[in-house]
Design a protein around this ligand. Structure first.
Ligand code: AMP
Length: 175
């Protein structure tokens, strides 16, 4: 499948989880084996030119893309999780979502000084989640930070904000 065909497998849900949000539901993409495999393959191709040794997957919809990307690129896989999910000491950032406040946490020993990371999520809206994740990676000593997301909502300006601070943001599908 090409990117246009993959886009057609994503379902749009209006007013979820709150009024006014146009939610891009990728579960229907994941259920389609051709779409799932094609998306991972395109993502792997798009990061081929980047230098990284760890993939940082953002909970939870980022995990579907980050784990296969880490496997395919022979990188380590690091979890960026919501509060109270990781059992050991974490570095964390609080931030504002398109809908509500939350924080993102990474085990302190998951990133070592000098690591080069690829941050992966399903969708960049305001960019708050990916930026918070990038800031934690930086605090823990990462020397290069790359970002890929399946979907970008460019009107919300998140990908631009991340690109200004950390360089190229790779996305496949815009809405
Ligand atoms: P943000 O931090 O504003 O860039 O929001 C990105 C995170 O929120 C991602 O992990 C997405 O899964 C989720 N998200 C935000 N807006 C949407 C949306 N319109 N549709 C689906 N997921 C969204």
């Amino acid at each position: 499948m090409n990117i246009e065909q993959i886009k057609e497998t994503i379902t749009t849900v209006y007013d979820y989880p709150i009024n006014g949000i146009v939610f891009r539901d990728i579960t229907t993409l994941l259920e389609n084996p051709d779409a799932f495999r094609s998306t991972v393959k395109i993502m792997v191709d798009k990061v081929a030119h980047l230098d990284f040794n760890k993939v940082v997957g953002i909970e939870s919809r980022g995990f579907f893309w980050s784990a296969p990307l880490a496997y395919a690129t022979k990188a380590g896989f690091v979890l960026a999780r919501k509060p109270d999910k990781l059992p050991r000491e974490t570095a964390f950032r609080e931030f504002t979502l398109e809908y509500g406040n939350t924080s993102v946490h990474i085990h302190k020993d998951a990133i070592q000084p000098g690591d080069k990371v690829l941050i992966v999520d399903d969708l960049i809206a305001t960019g708050g989640t990916a930026l918070a994740t990038a800031e934690i990676c930086e605090e823990l000593g990462a020397t290069a930070i790359h970002t890929i997301a399946l979907i970008d909502l460019p009107a919300l300006g998140g990908s631009k904000k991340i690109a200004e601070k950390y360089g190229e943001v790779i996305t496949l599908i815009d809405y």
